[in-house]
Ligand binder design. Structure first.
Ligand SMILES: NC(=O)c1ccc[n+]([C@@H]2O[C@H](COP(=O)([O-])OP(=O)(O)OC[C@H]3O[C@@H](n4cnc5c(N)ncnc54)[C@H](O)[C@@H]3O)[C@@H](O)[C@H]2O)c1
Length: 268
């Protein structure tokens, strides 16, 4: 049995946004490797279609709502408890102008892209620690590593996901739970539509397949690494992004000092 199959076969995997695009491709990949998949999507029909194709379970839920995570955790618990959580549901605003977004747009994108990941960790990590370990993968974006002026609020949320993953990884490593982010460039899914798709198609810019992103998610689950932001770019294997180090204090007597103890813990 390959190492990848051994890490997935017989495991319970929760996939948010599993009704379409990257979530659907990853749910298919996990299922083909022998995982039982709980497909969570706000689009109940899409979740049911995906789950019936995979012989998995569907749940129509909005990941931005904390109380809906009680339902998601209960469904996952009925399947035996989560070993793998792919916190992937996401949305965009399509608004470039930071003076023009509506309150609804702001709450929606923060709710889905950030709250949906934090609530997901809070609900599902305890199931993993109860089982002796697990793997969390959250979908960020290349816009979590670089600025994307086309959608500043999207950039805000995807940077937040990378920060959250890197901050929780050292503690969770002690409980045998890995936490990583995937950071894809532009992917061929229904999220890329309208003007952006026309622009990309017109210029001949190649999009990444959702299956390639699923491969990067598998890399995150099986590599044993944690606290990584793994970028997904055409022509590259999934690769952990190397962050630079901001400067420490330059005052006399404090050169090279770092804060004491847990304040300075870094992802391993
Ligand atoms: N497509 C890209 O170019 C690209 C690039 C980088 C990152 N991403 C990220 O990948 C993730 C998946 O996007 P995709 O490209 O597969 O798009 P998609 O639109 O094909 O799939 C997103 C799925 O999430 C579901 N969803 C949306 N809001 C939800 C909510 N509140 N609760 C539950 N489900 C919800 C949708 O119904 C949909 O099925 C997102 O986080 C997105 O930001 C996409």
């Amino acid at each position: 049995m390959s190492e990848v199959t051994a890490s997935v076969e017989g495991k319970v995997a929760v996939v948010t946004g599993g009704g379409s695009g990257i979530g659907l491709a990853t749910a298919r990949r996990l299922s083909s490797l022998g995982a039982t998949v709980l497909v969570v999507d706000i689009d109940g029909d899409a979740a049911r279609r995906s789950a019936s194709e995979l012989d998995g379970r569907a749940l129509s839920a909005d990941v931005s709502q904390p109380e809906q995570w009680t339902r998601i955790a209960a469904a996952s618990s009925e399947l035996g408890g989560a070993d793998i959580a792919f916190l992937n549901a996401g949305t965009t605003t399509g608004e470039q102008d930071i003076t023009a977004f509506t309150d609804e747009q702001y709450r929606r994108i923060l709710g889905v892209n950030v709250d949906g990941v934090a609530f997901g960790m809070r609900a599902l990590v305890p199931q993993m620690t109860d089982k002796g370990g697990g793997a969390v993968v959250a979908t960020s974006s290349l816009a979590g590593l670089i600025a994307f002026p086309g959608d500043p609020l999207y950039t805000l949320t995807k940077h937040a996901v990378v920060g959250l993953v890197r901050a929780v990884a050292p503690r969770l490593a002690e409980q045998n739970v890995t936490v990583n982010a995937v950071c894809p460039s532009l992917v061929d899914t229904p999220l890329i539509d309208g003007e952006i798709r026309d622009l990309l198609t017109g210029s001949g810019f190649p999009l990444i397949s959702p299956e390639a992103v699923a491969g990067a998610v598998l890399f995150c689950i099986t590599s044993g690494q944690t606290g990584q932001a793994v970028f997904v770019q055409l022509g590259w294997p999934p690769t952990p992004y190397r962050f630079g180090h901001p400067p420490g204090p330059r005052l006399e007597g404090a050169q090279g000092k770092v804060p004491p103890g847990w304040l300075a813990e870094q992802p391993r």
